[in-house]
Write a new protein. Structure first.
Length: 471
């Protein structure tokens, strides 16, 4: 059951935020400076969006933000559970904070997000990380003020596990956005698809959509705030509205947001190929503010593996949709997720995936080595692929995709593209970085401000990035 957090419950949280503020006021006047927080985020865009809410709530409570954990009085680690690697990183980083707490005993450390929505991980934190003050699963995010208040006043450690299948929607939480001109906008939460490898339905609860009124209101506020680029978020945006409306879905939502006055670009992720329809593509083609960008995770090119993954589409139906998208949205930037070494993947299955990549020719592929996740069906399959074979296939796939990405990027040579500038490049301090309307990464020389649109002439192509100069 989806629980809509009531206005009264949210009011209570506001009162707790106020109480925390009073305590912090006392502490900061003793010390002569404000207390600071740092949120450390792992995982997907949904988690980044959640972290912006966590930061919003903390700032409401009177904490100031710092990017340096060494300066922080409160560190919150927002974790991911999709692959083991993400969990290992979050655990090891949390482990390092032990030293910070030894130096500053008043430091408060919290762990939240998908990883600790799993009972065994919450227990790990509770018993093996005694310096962690509190941990809570994804459904408790909105209760951060009362959690902090309880820890500040009662000194007891707190550990909150999500109820099985629980899912809620909390509207109007404060938000502190990382970027003034790009913004996330969650349209739905959770997932009902139960792909056999995936932990998400177990940690983020059942699929639930926000009302169109709430979403459109938030979109209008973002646009009024000067946001130029909005990414609609959901684990499977194409099933938007199914739990709420008989005849209003994602395509309708896209049209309605597109109709809002203002100069902005709309993109979305993620689409499940089984639910992405021609109607969606037609809507994208028709909506002038919708970016020519489609992230459509294929996962495998073998129908036999797709079936075992419970993906409920075939390579053929997938390819048909891609052809339709390319016909209707010229120049669409197409990206995908691929899992390598899913249990039972034979050399033939893997070859089918490689063939699919060669045929479809994605702009970019996010490839992942299959990672066993507790409580998922695939973790129990007996024919797990050995690590060395997984690693070897993964490298072969990267090689293939690098070549394909490079060739596609070469078609941009000498062309001029519009780029939204994100400031100085992280890899080269002499260059600026940004993204095209289709979402391609561009590194370029010239002068431009963060958040400014510029025209860039492409002079060099690399597999993952276009290089150019401002016209
Ligand atoms: N192992 C490897 N990759 C996974 N993904 C999801 N679950 C797993 C797993 N157990 C990948 C899928 C998904 C992306 C977000 O993460 O490709 O689309
Ligand atoms: Fe996981 Fe599949 Fe849901 Fe994506 S659609 S979150 S891969 S279960």
């Amino acid at each position: 059951m989806t629980k809509i957090i009531s206005k009264e419950e949210l009011e209570y949280q506001k009162k707790y935020a106020e109480k925390v503020r009073l305590i912090l006021n006392g502490l900061s006047s003793e010390r002569g400076e404000a207390l600071r927080f740092s949120v450390v985020t792992y995982g997907c865009q949904q988690n980044e969006a959640d972290s912006e809410r966590l930061a919003g709530m903390l700032s409401d409570m009177g904490y100031e933000k710092t990017d340096d954990v060494k300066e922080a009085d409160l560190i919150l680690v927002n974790t991911c559970a999709v692959r083991e690697h993400a969990e290992v990183r979050a655990l090891s980083v949390t482990g390092q904070y032990k030293h910070l707490k030894e130096k500053k005993p008043s430091l408060m450390i919290g762990v939240c997000g998908c990883m600790v929505s799993q009972e065994h991980r919450l227990d790990d934190i509770k018993f093996k990380y005694p310096y962690v003050d509190f941990a809570f699963g994804t459904s408790y995010l909105w209760q951060l003020p009362s959690i902090i208040y309880a820890r500040l006043t009662k000194k007891k450690r707190l550990f909150m596990l999500d109820a099985e299948d629980e899912g809620n929607i909390a509207e109007d939480l404060p938000v502190m956005r990382e970027c003034s001109y790009r913004a996330w906008l969650s349209v739905m939460y959770g997932c009902n698809n139960y792909c056999t490898y995936c932990v998400v339905p177990h940690v983020r609860g059942r699929e639930r959509s926000r009302t169109k009124e709430d979403i459109i209101k938030e979109a209008k506020e973002l646009i009024a705030d000067g946001v130029k680029d909005i990414t609609l978020l959901g684990q499977n945006v194409n099933s938007y509205g199914k739990t709420l409306y008989p005849d209003y879905g994602f395509a309708e939502l896209l049209s309605d947001i597109n109709a809002i006055d203002g100069d902005f670009t709309l993109r979305f992720m993620t689409s499940h190929p089984k639910d992405a329809t021609k109607k969606l593509i037609d809507t994208m083609a028709r909506c002038e503010k919708c970016a020519p960008q489609l992230h459509l995770p294929l996962q495998s090119g073998s129908d036999r593996i797709l079936k075992r993954m419970n993906r409920r589409y075939t390579l053929e139906s997938y390819k048909e949709l891609v052809s339709y998208a390319r016909e209707k949205i010229p120049g669409v930037v197409l990206t995908s997720d691929i899992i390598v070494g899913f249990p039972g993947e034979t050399e033939e299955d893997f070859d089918l995936t490689m063939q699919a990549l060669s045929d479809i020719k994605y702009d970019m592929v996010y490839s992942f080595i299959y990672s066993k996740r507790k409580n998922t069906p695939a973790a129990e399959y007996e024919d797990q692929v050995p690590d060395d074979i997984k690693g070897e296939r993964f490298r072969r796939m990267l090689d293939l995709q690098n070549g394909i990405g490079q060739k596609i990027n070469e078609t941009y040579l000498n062309k001029t593209v519009r780029v939204l500038c994100d400031g100085i490049s992280k890899t080269d301090a002499d260059m600026l970085a940004g993204r095209t309307d289709g979402g391609k990464n561009v590194c370029f020389s010239g002068k431009a401000e963060e958040g400014e649109y510029v025209n860039v002439k492409i002079t060099e192509a690399r597999p993952f990035v276009l290089i150019g100069e401002i016209m």
